[in-house]
Write a protein that binds this ligand. Structure first.
Ligand SMILES: [Zn+2]
Length: 171
């Protein structure tokens, strides 16, 4: 073979992934678990049981319980079952897994997407990235508080248009 085999999904698995795109982050409902990069694997076993593998975002994020519940509900509605949800912690999720589509959705939703390449613990502890305002695009912005409306967001303000906005923190 001249080309390396891409990890091919079976049509069945592909259908699962499509269905699972209905599952959104309860905290940021414009983002699907696919956009977030949470969804790692989905497969149907020979006996018809479904196993979905996810990597949680922020550990202890209360949203994860809801996401697991949603995965089971959505697949159940499409006639799948039983459904097991497995959690894989390594490698740890980082905001770099957010898809390009996910970043665009965040911006349109008024949340500044995480700045690429700053996914490190340091970013959580005061190393401020250059964040563009999701409203006007200006980079003349400042952090108001490390704590936004949820644990994974910080509150920022734009000095150009004076609008406050949430910044999706990098990890
Ligand atoms: Zn602005």
């Amino acid at each position: 073979m001249s080309m390396p085999a891409r990890e091919a999904r079976s049509p069945e698995a592909e259908r699962l992934w499509q269905i699972l795109e209905e599952v959104v982050d309860p905290e940021i409902p414009v983002l699907t678990i696919g956009d977030l990069g949470l969804l790692r694997d989905a497969r149907v076993d020979a006996d018809g049981a479904v196993t979905v593998t996810i990597t949680p975002t922020y550990s202890g994020c209360p949203a994860m319980d809801m996401i697991e519940h949603e995965i089971k509900r959505v697949l159940g509605e499409h006639g799948y079952g039983p459904v097991a949800v497995e959690t894989v912690l390594h490698p740890a999720w980082t905001t770099d897994w957010l898809s390009e589509a996910g970043r665009e959705k965040l911006r349109a939703y008024g949340i500044a997407p995480p700045v690429r390449g700053t996914a490190s613990k340091r970013a959580l502890f005061g190393d401020e990235p250059e964040v563009a305002c999701p409203h006007c695009g200006s980079k003349d912005t400042e952090q108001v508080s490390q704590f936004g409306s949820t644990a994974c967001k910080a509150l920022w303000r734009c000095r150009a248009c004076l609008e406050p906005f949430d910044y999706f923190k990098c990890i």
